[in-house]
Each structure stands twice: as structure tokens, then as C-alpha cells.
Design a protein around this ligand. Structure first.
Ligand code: NAD
Ligand code: IPM
Ligand code: MN
Length: 370
């Protein structure tokens, strides 16, 4: 029987609340899926800082390196606004991404039929939407050096972040984009700002070169990233796979989240390169949303992005496509039944709690599994 070892890092704010629902789904899968899941839980983010002065411990990093997959909640919050930059809650997440070399971040934005009226956009703009934002996750301005604040001789301060990409970083993310597109609707839109950024020029050239040499069967278009943001809200169904850098991908995926009705809906998978010997990839799965300090502790967070992230782990790290389909199908059933957490509920409509939503998804999974 297949057995998987998962590291759960709930984090801060609503992270632990939505991770509780993932724990319940894992218990269900343990009983009913034919696979077993061994889990370990550790601290990350502000909760790790409070416990030992850093946002992730070496011990937790070691567990992450060894796990079949890391399931990550969310980090951050106003409590840690003034802690030193290097140990901010977000630094724990960035270290995980960098040290595990999780360069490919898949952020699918799917509009469930039942939510076609939950978006702030008109129904016909988002009905049937199924796009994938592929964000480069270990390069660009997030990690380029120098990255510092220095005091100049005249007493002024100067802050520097460096947008930096090398050939292999661009080529490998381009290949992932074309591979993903081949399994979907065969179209890639690459977004950068080659009109003002050198890294945009190189990005554009290399994506075109990889396309010409290795994936001429896939449709490729280039778009300036600012125009891409506009097109995402004008007519998002024109896209299939969008490939873009670390910072543009961060911003464009929050925009895409709102096409689906709520930031509480968007899951993600962060994948490394396959090991040449075993073929296995390091992987981390997390919702796109953050720790939502404004609603933390109230038991009203939407757990769907977190549960759907576990679904992506089943698909990409456990080779359990059927179980992943079961999770996604159960989410669709529950939304079709009208259950809504507060972020999705229409004005005046009753909403359900985080654990009610978890209950409903588990019941729908049992029903589907017969
Ligand atoms: P956020 O995503 O936490 O919240 C933005 C808005 O969306 C809030 O109004 C929040 O209530 C709502 N929201 C988010 N997730 C929801 C859910 N599951 N259900 C219902 N409503 C939800 O973004 P923010 O407020 O800009 O950031 C808060 C903190 O989270 C910051 O410290 C930030 O750095 C951090 N953050 C962490 C991650 C992560 O851990 N991956 C991602 C984004 C932001
Ligand atoms: C995300 C978040 C992170 C990012 C933060 C918390 C470091 O916004 O995953 O989208 O900027 O990448
Ligand atoms: Mn973000």
C-alpha cells in the first residue's frame, strides 16, 4: 500500500484554522483511499519566531527536505510587523521555497459553476474560467542580490532590491509552462516588461527560443505584464497558461483569485525539478491567500483553498489523480448545494463556519466514494 510522509506547517492567523480541515480530510483519506499518510506538524512564521526567534528552524527545514510533500497554511500578521526583516514570518516561507528549489509555482484559477455570480465581475466574463498562472518562484526581485538598505554619506538612505534572472532559470520555467499547456489547451502567454526591464528582454527572448526549439506545437504569445493585468479582468478566458516572473506572478495571481469569487478559493503547488534518479520532485502546497488577520480566530475562514491545495498534493506528489478528482468534485458539490463561507456569501445570505464547510466537504467525499 502506498504510504506518504507529509510535513504540515500550519503557520499563523487562519493558517491553523484551515489546516485543521486538511487534517480531517487526511484522516478520511487514510481510512478510505487505500493509501496511508503519516504526518508531522511543525512551526513556521510568527509562531516559530515566538518559540525560538527564527521563522523556521533548521530542524523543520530538515523535515521539509525529507518529506514527500510540505503542506503549508499561511504566515504573518501585525504582531510581527516590527521584527527584524531576516526573521519576519514571511522569511520562513521564502527559505522553504529557496532551499527546496521550488522554482515552479502553479496557481490555477477555476471558476466553479456555482460561483459564477460570486465574483465582482459579470457572469459571462468568468463563467467556465479555467486558467493556470505559472509563477517563477525562486528568482527575480525576491532573491536577487544586493538586497539592502544602506545609509549614504549625506545621511540619506537607499533601498535596493535586485531583479535578476539567469538563462537556466528562465528556460526551466518556460519548459514547465509548455509542458503544462500541452496537457491543457495548448496555449502559453508569457508576461514581462521588456519595454523597461533588461530581465524582461532576456525572459522574452529565451521563452521564444525554447518555444521554437522544443515546443513549436504550442501556441505562444507575449504580453507586457501591465497589459496582462488589464486583460485578466477584461476577458480572462483568452488565457490558458500564463508564465511570468516571481513578482508579477504574485500580483497577477491575487487578481486571478478574485475572478473565482474569493482569495479563499485559490490553491497552489510549488514544485522543484524531478530528481534524475527517482523522478520525484520536492514540493510544497499552500493556499494563495495569507493569514487573514482581520478574520483570524473567528472560525469563519474559507478552507477551500487549503483543502484544494491538499488535492494538488494528491495529484502531483502522490500520483493519486482519482483522489484529487474526488476532493475537487466534493468542493464543487458543496458549492452547488449553496453552502458559502462569509467571503463567498452574497449580501444577506447565511454563511457557514470553517468547520461546517469542512464537514460538508467530507460528507460530499463520502457520498461520491459511495
Ligand atoms: P490575506 O490574503 O491574508 O487577506 C486579504 C483579504 O482576503 C482579507 O480581507 C482576508 O480576510 C481575506 N481572506 C484571505 N484568505 C481568506 C480565506 N481563506 N477565507 C476568507 N477570507 C480570506 O492578505 P493580507 O491581509 O495582505 O496579508 C496578511 C498577512 O499574510 C501578511 O503578513 C502577509 O505577508 C501574509 N501573507 C502570507 C501568505 C502566505 O503565507 N503564503 C500569502 C499572502 C500574504
Ligand atoms: C504569496 C505571498 C508571499 C509572496 C509572501 C507571504 C512572502 O504573498 O505566496 O503569494 O509574496 O510570495
Ligand atoms: Mn501573494
Amino acid at each position: 500500500m502506498a504510504s506518504f510522509n507529509l510535513l504540515l506547517l500550519p503557520g499563523d492567523g487562519i493558517g491553523p484554522e484551515v489546516m485543521t480541515e486538511v487534517g480531517r480530510v487526511l484522516t478520511w483519506l487514510d481510512k478510505n483511499s487505500g493509501a496511508t499518510f503519516e504526518t508531522e506538524t511543525d512551526l513556521v512564521g510568527g509562531s516559530a519566531y515566538d518559540a525560538h526567534g527564527e521563522s523556521i528552524s533548521d530542524d523543520a527545514m530538515d523535515k521539509a527536505q525529507k518529506a514527500d510533500a510540505v503542506i503549508f497554511g499561511a504566515v504573518g500578521g501585525p504582531k510581527w510587523d516590527s521584527v527584524p526583516y531576516e526573521v519576519r514570518p514571511e522569511a520562513g516561507l521564502l527559505r522553504l521555497r529557496k532551499d527546496l528549489e521550488l522554482f515552479a509555482n502553479l496557481r490555477p484559477a477555476i471558476c466553479y459553476p456555482a460561483l459564477a455570480d460570486a465574483s465582482s465581475l459579470k457572469r459571462d466574463v468568468i463563467e467556465g474560467l479555467d486558467i493556470l498562472i505559472l509563477r517563477e518562484l525562486t528568482g527575480g526581485v525576491y532573491f536577487g542580490e544586493p538586497k539592502e538598505i544602506v545609509t549614504l554619506e549625506n545621511g540619506e538612505k537607499r533601498a535596493v532590491d535586485t531583479q535578476l534572472y539567469t538563462t537556466h532559470e528562465i528556460e526551466r520555467i518556460a519548459r514547465v509552462a509548455f509542458e503544462l499547456a500541452r496537457a491543457r489547451n495548448n496555449k502559453v502567454t508569457s508576461m514581462e516588461k521588456r519595454n523597461v526591464m533588461r530581465s524582461g528582454v532576456l525572459w522574452n527572448q529565451l521563452v521564444s527560443a525554447v518555444h521554437k526549439a522544443e515546443y513549436p506545437d504550442v501556441e505562444l504569445e507575449h504580453m507586457l505584464a501591465d497589459a496582462g493585468g488589464m486583460q485578466l479582468v477584461r476577458w480572462p478566458k483568452q488565457f490558458d497558461v500564463i508564465v511570468t516572473d516571481n513578482l508579477f506572478g504574485d500580483m497577477l495571481s491575487d487578481v486571478a483569485a478574485m475572478l473565482t469569487g474569493s482569495l479563499g478559493m485559490l490553491p497552489s503547488a510549488s514544485l522543484g525539478a524531478p530528481d534524475p534518479e527517482t523522478g520525484k520532485r520536492k514540493a510544497l502546497y499552500e493556499p494563495v491567500h495569507g493569514s487573514a488577520p482581520d478574520i483570524a480566530g473567528k472560525g469563519i475562514a474559507n478552507p477551500i483553498a487549503m483543502i484544494a491545495s491538499l488535492g494538488m498534493a494528491l495529484r502531483y506528489s502522490c500520483d493519486m489523480g482519482d483522489a484529487a478528482d474526488l476532493v475537487d468534485g466534493a468542493i464543487a458539490d458543496v458549492l452547488a448545494s449553496g453552502a458559502r463561507t462569509a467571503d463567498l456569501a452574497a449580501k444577506g445570505q447565511n454563511s457557514v463556519s470553517t468547520s461546517d464547510m469542512g464537514d460538508a466537504i467530507l460528507a460530499a467525499m463520502s457520498k461520491r466514494a459511495g
